[in-house]
Design a protein around this ligand. Structure first.
Ligand code: COA
Length: 376
């Protein structure tokens, strides 16, 4: 049975922060800290904090700016964190609200309605609460049938979610599923850490996966195959969790936010991704030379160029491996889906492409798709 991605949607937060603005706030914090600790620094008891630089951010990562759910808190040198007021239990949670916006666009593109969905999967790096599942709230707010559950495979959550949706349809459990990824990455980013304060932005993507034989979508992307891999590593880690209150003396330590060894991640993950995608293409009988596009996870521009070159056997053009890093930064599991959502021009019926995400775990998810038009 052909199974396809029939619609995608994107919620982009209302505020944007440029590298210059982010660096100005960080450097004001560094100056204030160094002034506060001037005596200890002079005695050699403390190391002075070093300033950040917008030029470094652009050249090391390809990131130019990021969208965020709150600007004011992040840019206040005394706060350096988003401020998102708590809501009451009878209001939609903020992740649900983001999910609804992206889901509605994806459903409209698939020419379908929520009542035809059999499952809602919220797949992202962080859920704002443990239960009830955010997905069940989204299911209720959309008026979707069936069942819902949350899943987390960090930056690979959306591609892993697409794999699960496809398997549910292939097994006959449902006819269609929604995979939605409300990422508030700024909530777990340490804006006091020079090595990583620039990395993330916020966004939400949604993907409708359906039985291609019963879809009403005028055109779709048939899923030719999915492949997943994981390999344990501590090089991207976040120790925030429900047990933090049981060890209160360490509750606010830096490891309760995102921490990574960026260079090690780059070196470990790039070959893992290239090998997985190459092996996956081979297994479905697609020559790398015939791939029209690679919609890759958005963490680092140089990393993506390296991966694309390894898979294609030559440098990829901007059209073959498009990037949204400059505008969106790293939006965790949304990255490859935003890139897919925004870069479909020039893809004709029969063209094949790869959606691929990678990140903490380590985890890699590859989805090979072929563009098709529904027979009339
Ligand atoms: N401003 C100015 N200089 C900075 C800086 C900043 N904000 N942060 C680090 N530097 C300096 C370092 O001190 C270091 O200086 P040195 O050479 O004098 O020691 C130099 O820049 C290089 O630092 P490094 O951390 O090795 O940079 P990098 O080239 O590895 O780039 C990343 C950092 C994070 C952009 C890059 O490693 C990366 O993107 N890795 C992949 C991460 C990934 O895919 N993660 C998945 C996450 S979901």
């Amino acid at each position: 049975m052909p199974i396809a991605i029939t619609g995608t949607g994107l919620f982009t937060p209302p505020y944007s922060i440029s590298n210059d603005e982010l660096v100005a706030a960080f450097n004001a914090y560094v100056e204030a800290e160094n002034a506060k600790n001037a005596d200890a620094i002079a005695r050699g008891e403390k190391k002075a904090l070093e300033p950040s630089s917008a030029e470094f951010i652009t050249s090391a990562s390809g990131i130019g700016r990021r969208y965020v759910m709150d600007r004011t808190g992040i840019l206040d040198p005394e706060i350096l964190a988003p401020r998102i007021p708590e809501r009451t239990n009878d209001q939609h949670s903020i992740q649900c609200e983001m999910a609804l916006a992206a889901a509605r666009e994806a459903l409209a593109q698939a020419n379908t309605t929520a009542d035809r969905l059999g499952a809602v999967i919220v797949a992202c790096s962080n859920m704002q609460r443990s239960y009830p599942a955010i997905s069940v709230e989204v299911q209720d707010a959309l008026g979707a049938k069936g069942f819902a559950f949350d899943m987390n495979v960090a930056c690979s959550s959306a591609t892993f979610g697409i794999n699960v949706a496809r398997d549910l349809i292939a097994a006959g459990s449902v006819k269609s599923a929604l995979v939605v990824s409300p990422e508030i990455c700024t909530g777990h980013l340490n804006f006091r850490d020079r090595e990583s304060h620039f990395i993330f932005g916020d966004a939400c993507t949604a993907v409708v996966v359906e039985d291609a034989e019963t879809t009403r979508a005028p055109s779709f992307y048939e899923i030719l195959g999915t492949r997943l891999a994981t390999k344990f590593s501590n090089n991207i880690r976040n120790n925030a969790g429900f047990l933090n209150r049981t060890a209160p003396e360490r509750r606010d330590d830096a490891d309760k936010l995102f921490v990574q060894q960026g260079r090690k991640v780059f070196k470990d993950v790039s070959p893992m991704v290239a090998d997985l995608v190459s092996g996956h293409l081979d297994s479905v009988g697609i020559a790398p030379t015939s791939i029209k596009r690679m919609w890759l996870h958005q963490a680092n521009g140089t990393m993506n160029q390296w991966i694309a070159r390894k898979v294609l056997g030559r440098d990829a053009t901007e059209a073959e491996a498009p990037s949204v890093l400059e505008e969106y930064a790293n939006t965790s599991s949304c990255g490859s889906i935003i890139t897919f959502h925004k870069n479909r021009d020039g893809i004709e019926d029969g063209d094949v492409g790869v959606i691929c995400s990678f990140g903490a775990g380590y985890s890699v998810g590859s989805v090979i798709v072929k563009k098709a038009t529904r027979p009339s």
